[in-house]
Design a protein. Sequence first.
Length: 158
Amino acid sequence: MHTSHTSTLGAALAAAAPALILFGAATAHAAGSDYYFESPSGNIVCDLTDQGRGSAHLACSIGDYTYPAPINGETQQPCSDLPNFFNLEQGMQPLIVCDLGGQIRADNLHGAGLRTLGYGQTQSAGAITCDSEPTGMTCTDASTGHFFRVARESYQLG
């Protein structure tokens, strides 16, 4: 993994969504681990956090999309700036948080050396698993069944 990109992504997620509280996940992974990965197209990038104690947190961003601006789950206002952050905290419903201030651009989140999660591959921490598919990235909390799916042309929260 490219160290400077990891720092940029972590700082970008923190700056764009300060209300995100990163809880961890109990699994075979080391507590406090962050798994940074992107879709094969490079348009979707995710940070899956595992801090132990039975929970996990996931934030994925999409740089380019064609669907109508989603509603910010925190402010209930339409998102107007890229990127959109899709968040899933273990045990909670998924939430969209936008970069309403415009301080983060998609090209700041994507960079050389970030691990690609190839089509058909998964990344897990705690009960949260992300599946990379040709139709987009689907991330599910097995403990609740809550999920989000995001692709260039659409998204779904469940």
